[in-house]
Design a protein around this ligand. Structure first.
Ligand code: SF4
Length: 447
């Protein structure tokens, strides 16, 4: 499916151009030194586009300064402003960077007003040559859409098409669209529906793919690769961000792998596969462990998501960091990797399901450390969905179908959510995991 070309500074997204690899800073944008340093590390690691959060009007100035310092350093990587809720900030940011990411439904509760504000932003972007990403997420669709369509892939597609139609009416085509979800089935379905709807409409805008709040480590990589590869293998998707709750530089090799593999530059390290009784048995000879897990997720993620197979068994080997061959035939590691893929594709849950945002300039605590501690202390709660979110502004909306949520408020305080309801507010950070565990235990005992 050929999308139209969208210009983002010196970069072209869509129109058959190579898949663009992007990432996002987790620094405070107002901390110009730290943000510039992180952007430089990202650039050196191969990021082709870098997003920064812009929570307040004063951050627009910081963003302009970050851009200037990068350009002075000879780095012309296009920058993207991530703006929530305020059309004024989005308009100001559109004057200083190459692209603005918005969720236009969040501009105003009243849909008519949100449309007016969006039209103003479009007119500034048209005159400045700034691109826009309409970035809708499962979990933050707004009441109007969820009342009509539910919090569903269909609702996500319908919401996106409303804004796409508005762009077409305004003759504005410098637009990229994303429909992220942490649930890989929802994410794949939403993008497929949207791609088909745009094709029917006659204008296919480039798609930015991502599994949001994917977490970290093997799970974050497998979940991201399974969801994103299912779409790229169908020709859906023009730019990729792999969201990991880690140093954002770690996202880039994973995104690069996906871009290269579906750009035809890489092939799987799988040697042999047999499928019988809807179970795949695959042998790998991978050059590294990371490569093994990414190959595995790409080779079988889509088949599992689409229910073409029901189980997977792996064997073979990979090379460890010292270059030694590690054989995994019949090992606990082979079983664990198969379990991870089964859970990433939501076919079998062998542990709790975690949702964790990657963190950004809105995060006021050590998200990665806290997330790892929450994982360590809740590992026995198989099947439960637990979210760890960086901020109270977007966290509650974006943790979608979590049973429990640990959401940073700022000022070293935390709110604990049960489903969508805040059940304990302003909990000091150093007590918050204990309180979360107590609430979960007492809830289990009540059942
Ligand atoms: S939920 Fe996480 S990534 Fe999203 S805005 Fe808040 S801190 Fe940033």
């Amino acid at each position: 499916m050929k999308s139209i070309e969208v210009k983002v500074g010196n970069l072209t997204i869509g129109g058959g151009h190579p898949i663009v690899v992007q990432t996002m800073c987790n620094t405070h944008t107002s901390d110009i030194e730290a943000s510039v340093a992180q952007c430089i590390r990202m650039y050196e690691a191969g990021a082709e586009m870098i997003r920064l959060t812009v929570p307040a009007m004063k951050d627009v100035e910081a963003l302009a300064e970050i851009r200037k310092r990068l350009r002075d350093n000879g780095i012309d990587t296009p920058l993207v402003a991530d703006v929530h809720f305020s059309s004024e900030i989005a308009i100001a940011a559109a004057e200083v960077v190459e692209k603005v990411r918005i969720n236009p439904g969040n501009f105003h509760r009243d849909h008519e007003k949100a449309c007016e504000q969006f039209a103003k932003l479009v007119s500034v972007c048209k005159s400045r040559g700034t691109a826009v990403r309409i970035g809708l997420n499962h979990g933050s669709l707004g009441e109007r859409i969820t009342t009509l369509y539910g919090n569903t892939p269909l609702g996500m597609k319908e919401a996106a098409m409303e804004w796409i139609n508005l762009c077409l009416e305004n003759d504005f085509r410098n637009v990229v669209v994303s429909l992220k979800a942490s649930n890989t089935i929802v994410m794949v379905e939403a993008y497929r529906l949207l791609a088909a709807a745009m094709e029917e409409k006659g204008t296919v805008f480039p798609l930015h793919l991502g599994v949001t709040e994917a977490g970290n480590g093997d799970s974050g990589r497998i979940k991201s690769a399974a969801g994103i590869s299912a779409l790229l293998s169908e020709g859906i998707g023009d730019t990729v961000r792999v969201s990991l709750t880690e140093d954002p530089v770690n996202e880039i090799p994973v995104a690069r792998y996906l871009a290269d593999r579906y750009g035809g530059k890489l092939h799987s390290s799988m040697g042999k596969v047999e499928i019988s009784d809807r179970k795949a048995a695959a042998a790998y000879f991978a050059p590294s462990r990371e490569r093994l897990i990414l190959d595995l997720a790409c080779d079988f993620g889509k088949m599992l998501l689409d229910r073409k197979i029901d189980d997977i068994e792996i064997k073979g080997s990979y090379r460890n960091e010292s270059g030694e061959e590690v054989t995994i035939d019949g090992s606990r590691e082979a079983e664990y990797l198969a379990d991870e893929l089964m859970q990433a594709t939501r076919r079998r849950f062998y542990k709790p399901e975690y949702i964790a945002c990657p963190g950004c300039g809105r995060t006021m605590y050590d998200l990665e450390k806290t997330f790892n501690e929450v994982k360590r202390r809740t590992s026995h709660l198989k099947g439960m969905v637990i979210a760890v979110m960086g901020c109270i502004v977007n966290g509650p909306g974006e943790m979608a179908d979590a049973d429990w949520g640990y959401v940073g408020e700022g000022s070293r305080k935390v709110t604990i959510y049960k489903k969508k309801t805040p059940v304990l507010k302003h909990v000091p950070e150093d007590e918050a995991i204990d309180r979360l565990l107590e609430l979960i235990e007492s809830d289990i005992n009540r059942l």
